[in-house]
Every structure is written in structure tokens, then in C-alpha cells.
Design a protein around this ligand. Sequence first.
Ligand code: ZN
Length: 173
Amino acid sequence: MRADPDKARKAARALIRSFGVSAPPVPIERIIKARNIVLQHAALDDNLSGMAYIQDGVGIIGVNALHHPNRQRFSAAHELGHHELHGAEIRKAVHVDRMFRVLLRDDVSSQGVDPLEIEANAFASELLMPSELLMKVVNASGLDIEDEAGIESIARRFRVSAAAMRYRLASRF
Ligand SMILES: [Zn+2]
């Protein structure tokens, strides 16, 4: 299977549109709940970010409660991506995520990384930092996104890590 990050971003945008999110931060927990997926926070090993699985027909997302809240939001969005895009795969086996190594990489350079992860990361990035909303905030704020302080300020408003925002701003949107 070849990764299709554009398909993943489209799915995230459709979800954001159906929720009518007009200001950050994106209400990820409310979105997950509305998809009838159970979100669980549990103390997991530090190298575990999250998991996605289906139990007795119910979709479940687990995130590591010991991680920074911003990272938990990204993990939750990533696992929602697996539910939205990879239902057939997670129906077969519990999907466990350790590190999101792909996060700091470019879509093109991330060959060799599991296509499912590339898609789930593209989905999470677009869901938490939707292009339209991001453009609106960047334009209205007058912040310099070339500037570290500007990136951190915007990241705080979207409740994502500065690393995730830096990556998002560096990719096309
Ligand atoms: Zn994953």
C-alpha cells in the first residue's frame, strides 16, 4: 500500500467542516466523541503514544496520560486518523503507536515509514491545524511565522507543540 497523505488531509478537512470549527483550538475530544469512539487516557510506558482498536464493535482510542497535553491531543488525532482511514486494518489487530518519527519529516522523504503512519500523521496535522483556520489566524495575528516566538505563540493557540506547528507551517497549506 502506498501512502496517500492528500486523501488523509481531505478526510480531516471534511470532518472539520462538518463540525464548523471557527476558532482554535480544535475540539478534538468532542470530535472523537461525536464519531462514537471512546477516548481513554491511561498511564502508559513513556515510549507509547497511543493506540487504536475496536472492541465488541466499539472504536477505542487510548492515549498516554503521562505525556504533555499537547502531545496527547496529537496522539488522539493520529489515532482518530487510523479509525477514519484504516478501519479494516485496526479491525484485525490492535494498532499501537510508539514514536511519531515521521512528524519531523517531509511527506516525500518519509519513504520507508509505514504508509499507515504517514496518513495518520497527515490527518492529525490537518485536523488540529486546519489550513483555512491556520491561514486566518496567521493573517489576523500579524505574527512572523519565520520567527520562533511567532511559531510558539500560534502553537499555543492551537494547543499543539511548537515542533508540530513548525512542521505544519513548513508544509504546503
Ligand atoms: Zn499510528
